[in-house]
Ligand binder design. Sequence first.
Ligand SMILES: [Zn+2]
Length: 379
Amino acid sequence: MRGEGIQIGRINGIPILLHPSWFLIFALIAFSFVSEFDALHLDIPVPQLWALGLLTSALFFGSLVFHEMSHSVIAKHYKIPVVSITLFVFGGVARIARDPARAIEEFNIAVAGPISSYLLAGGFWLVARQAGSNAILGALAGSLAWINFSLATFNLIPGFPLDGGRIFRAIVWGVTKDYGKSTRIAARGGQIVGYAMIAAGVATAMGNYAPLGGTISGIWLAFIGWFILNAARQSRAQSDARGALEGLRVADIMTPELPTIGREISLEDYARELMRTGRRAHLVVAHEQLVGLMTAEALHSVPQEDWDVTSVQAVMLPKDKLHWAAPEEPALSLLDRMRTIGMQQMPVIAGGSVVGIVTRDSILRVLQARQELSSFARQ
Ligand SMILES: [Zn+2]
């Protein structure tokens, strides 16, 4: 889930996206509302029954956006940028640009979601109670109260990356003061919850208590379990990777000496230089002064047929737009910085001159080497 999808709008500056897989779940949810309302014998024609089902589904997904918005509002309160809110087959996800800096921030961001869903459930429940003789309104509000209540409760299961798992991690983090350790423990919890859901899902699907519904909801539960299992594994791997970078500084992972090129050469010549040397970044100099950074990504931003008529100067990252790293900066904080601004390489500067470059590839190579070594050491 990388937040790709169709943007349907913005709320509070945050893009709201629909992942292609969302259409499947929307159709399924609408269908299940229709059959639920059909069983209530509301005495309305089939087209209206479907309209009611679609309206209820739309309000349900509105509730999901409300849930994700409440995570986002608290994140923004802590000055953590929110990249997007995406609805996909397993619900909603709010992508934030970086991890919270303190346990209490993580706790408040995570807990805001279930609280908002419980509030919505309470609101819809009140509407259902007031609906009186309006059976249609009663059915709609009653369903939404129940589904929001279930959503909040399900999300409180302490399996990372569910909200409950994040709350759990925040508590362990607050107690142990060790972010890496708390992530590993919470991810382990997520894996257990994932396996348990798959087992429960398979048992439900095979059990045949309710003919078709039993099978479908069993398969569904197993799928959600599988999703949680994967996400927990990923966060564990990420946390291990961060552990491997711990204690390293930029000077330890940078590539010293950086090749230079002139700003006046054409992109065609630059491409030849890239192929010849295999380096993906070059300092651009003019009169022995640094004027910018040229990279393979910048080269590929220009269509190949224009390479012979475009100079390096035209597409390079100019000096004043460059971000720099210092040799003594911790490697982890540099990695976060590069991720946030979306840079693949970063020159390292000391005493006014460039002493090397850090690329994301080189960080990954260091990580790999250290992880191989440490797994070797454990054997
Ligand atoms: Zn949530």
